[in-house]
Design a protein around this ligand. Structure first.
Ligand code: 6PG
Length: 225
């Protein structure tokens, strides 16, 4: 499961390279899954500057925190503020219904995704090697049938999660990782330079039909090269 490594100068350069890939996907149109966390915000802002028309895109969330949609920990709020609200013609945004309990919210999002083929999924990685809300050695990593499951929090923010599963994420034609900062270097080595392992969920997510692109800044790439 080869990956294409892209080593950027710094966080801004990594965000720009990610924005270019996101806008190429926006111009092709189709379904994309977006990451949460703090790292992708700049890439979303730049992507909305580079391409004003996202009307051909259905934007989904690779995972969500089970908080109200306007909560500042909500991934949908991040995507709405940094991308959708800045585009002239916004994407169709598909939020997770976090008014439901996590298991029902996951089942509802799973049903919404029936028949959906992801053109691209943008992923982040945590210092522990998690990606989306797929944490090391969790039963969610063994899920093969569901597209989406509920997951307990394993780090900040300490709220329940709803996450796409490994098979759903791997079904994307393009899997793109954006990884920035020295605190991610060890996890990046385990995820992209060592054999796949449930100790490092990010090592399990690779496109099964297309490309897997890993964009790292120099600090995050320190142990991969
Ligand atoms: C989330 C994300 C998660 C994130 C990593 C990295 O909902 O938190 O989907 O997987 O990508 O935790 O987070 P940072 O970008 O904040 O370091």
């Amino acid at each position: 499961m080869g990956v294409e490594l892209v080593i950027a100068e710094d966080g801004e350069d990594a965000a720009r390279r990610t924005a270019e890939i996101l806008t190429a996907a926006a111009r092709r149109g189709g379904h994309i899954a977006l990451s949460g966390g703090s790292t992708p915000r700049r890439a979303y802002e730049l992507a909305a500057e580079l391409e004003r028309d996202w009307s051909g895109v259905d934007a989904w969330l690779g995972d969500e925190r089970c908080v109200p949609a306007d909560d500042d920990r909500a991934n949908v709020r991040l995507v709405r503020e940094s991308l959708a609200a800045r585009a002239l013609l916004p994407p169709a945004l598909h939020p997770v219904d976090t008014t439901l309990p996590p298991v029902r919210a996951a089942a509802a999002y799973d049903a919404d995704l029936e028949g959906v083929v992801l053109e691209l999924t943008l992923m982040g990685i945590g210092p522990d090697g998690h990606t989306a809300s797929l944490y090391p050695h969790e039963p969610s990593l063994d899920e093969t049938a569901a597209r989406v499951v509920a997951a307990p929090a394993r780090l900040e923010p300490w709220v329940d999660r709803v996450t796409m599963t490994v098979p759903m994420l791997c079904s994307a034609r393009e899997v793109v990782f954006l990884v920035v900062g020295a605190d991610k270097a060890e996890a990046a080595r385990r995820a992209f330079a060592e054999p796949p392992s449930q100790a490092t969920p990010a090592s399990l997510v690779r496109s099964t039909s297309g490309r897997t692109i890993v964009i790292l800044d120099r600090a995050a790439a320190a142990e991969v090269r």
